[in-house]
Design a protein around this ligand. Structure first.
Ligand code: PLP
Length: 426
């Protein structure tokens, strides 16, 4: 409580901006994930790896826009590309060269994607991947995982599907738990009726909890045996390894049928894509009389297509991707060393990580259900503590590295974490 009082005193302008927003936005908010009590700081400007709020505070940006901010806030090649693109007009209502070029770059990186299509967001990418799966299989049910997040219309918590979810009959299994998947797939009412298994190869928003490799292998076989498609939601994990997602590490026979993408692949503009096996994606080929229609005014908007292409061609090369993965692994090791055997746990993979505050020092985190009754007060205190010291992460402990953070930024961050653990979590 005292930390909240201090926060309010330090942030009068953010508070006023927030209060004005509450008059026309419910709770002053149009994006649930960025709210935290008593009110979020209002960011006024960003540059490189820094955020600046309305009250003049500077933060090292460790959230990286929930992974969409991979390039940092001022990637010169992308900014120049956007300026040049704008000079040729904003929106054509037509096909144009950059969409095919960006699609080719994405296809080159993600080994399971023979063909793909663009959308405006990761949410839509999942919506379309599921639509493709239900039409392709002629089945209706979808197996998902508790604690997964596939976008605003696909959230699952405490074994429940959100009331605003897209209307599929969902079977909600436990992540990293083969028996729970087998039980659901073999239940008489489900057998033969499951169109898809939709899975994040690492649970992202739900706490940066990686799938065991054996679990992904199991899901591939389970989907095939059930006559269902396996869909990887790599909206967050697409940056992994050399930039081809977690699937790039799997042998061909274990790869998904369909993949959903989003976030940084649009160069920082709004972006989504879904794609996969030729035989499935060809359903959308408009030259066919029976083609499925998939429309969207901004699917191929010129800014996203040009910015995404520039990012992959000029900045996020496979080598840069591998370096980022290694930086994340080193940071995870340093943070685990700093937190030791305390109430603070850090999970994640590569450059996507999450802090957790367990009730005892000896708890394992294997699936999102393990974090539901964590110490949210200690988590909130940690978040406010970091903000006060100039480090910006998500309230729920989630953070993701960008390409523009320096070694000094990361060392200072580890130092702040070490100090918090010593005072509050030991
Ligand atoms: N899927 C995953 C795994 C995500 O993390 C997100 C966003 O955080 C989405 C889908 C939704 O993407 P978008 O916010 O672009 O709709």
């Amino acid at each position: 409580e005292r930390a909240e009082q201090d926060f309010i005193a330090r942030n009068p302008k953010s508070r006023a901006i927030y209060q004005q927003a509450t008059e026309s936005l419910p709770g002053g908010n149009t994006r649930t994930a960025v709210f935290y009590p008593p009110f979020p700081v209002s960011i006024a400007r960003a540059e490189g790896a820094r955020l600046y709020d309305a009250d003049g505070h500077e933060f090292v940006d460790l959230l990286g826009e929930f992974t969409a901010g991979l390039y940092g806030h001022s990637p010169q090649p992308i900014i120049d590309t956007i300026h040049k693109t704008l000079q040729r007009g904003i929106s054509y209502g037509s096909q144009h060269e950059d969409e095919g070029k960006l699609a080719a770059l994405v296809k080159l990186r993600f080994p399971s994607m023979d063909l793909l299509r663009f959308t405006n967001s990761g949410t839509e990418a999942n919506l379309m991947a599921l639509a493709a799966a239900t039409v392709h299989t002629g089945k209706k049910k979808v197996l998902v995982f508790d604690g997964a997040y596939h976008g605003g219309a696909f959230t699952f918590k405490n074994g429940q599907s959100s009331p605003i979810n897209a209307p599929y009959p969902y079977l909600i299994a436990k992540y990293n738990d083969e028996a729970s998947v087998s039980r659901l797939l073999s239940a008489p009412e489900n057998a033969g009726n499951v169109a898809a298994i939709l899975v994040e190869p690492m649970i992202g928003s739900g706490g940066a909890i990686p799938a065991h490799r054996t679990f992904l292998h199991f899901l591939r076989k389970a989907a095939t045996d059930a006559g269902a498609l396996l869909i990887f939601d790599e909206v967050m994990t697409s940056r992994m390894h050399s930039g081809g997602g977690i699937q790039s590490q799997l042998p061909p026979e274990l790869r998904p049928d369909l993949t959903a993408l989003g976030k940084y692949l649009g160069g920082g503009m709004s972006f989504g894509a879904f794609g996969g096996k030729r035989a499935i994606m060809e359903m959308f080929d408009p030259r066919k009389p029976t083609a499925l229609a998939h429309a969207g005014t901004f699917n191929n908007n010129v800014l996203t297509m040009a910015a995404g292409r520039c990012g992959l061609e000029q900045i996020f090369t496979p080598e840069r991707a591998q370096e980022l993965q290694a930086t994340g692994e080193r940071l995870l090791a340093s943070l685990r060393e700093a937190s030791g055997n305390t109430l603070m746990k850090i999970t994640g993979y590569g450059s996507i990580l999450c802090f957790h505050f367990t009730r005892t020092a000896y708890e394992d985190i294997r699936e999102p259900g393990d974090v539901y009754d964590h110490d949210k007060d200690l988590g909130a205190l940690f978040h406010l503590w970091l903000l006060e010291r100039g480090f910006y992460i998500a309230r729920r402990g989630f953070f993701a590295l960008s390409l523009v953070l320096t070694q000094e930024d990361l060392e200072a961050f580890v130092q702040a974490v070490r100090e918090f653990v010593r005072i509050h979590a030991a």
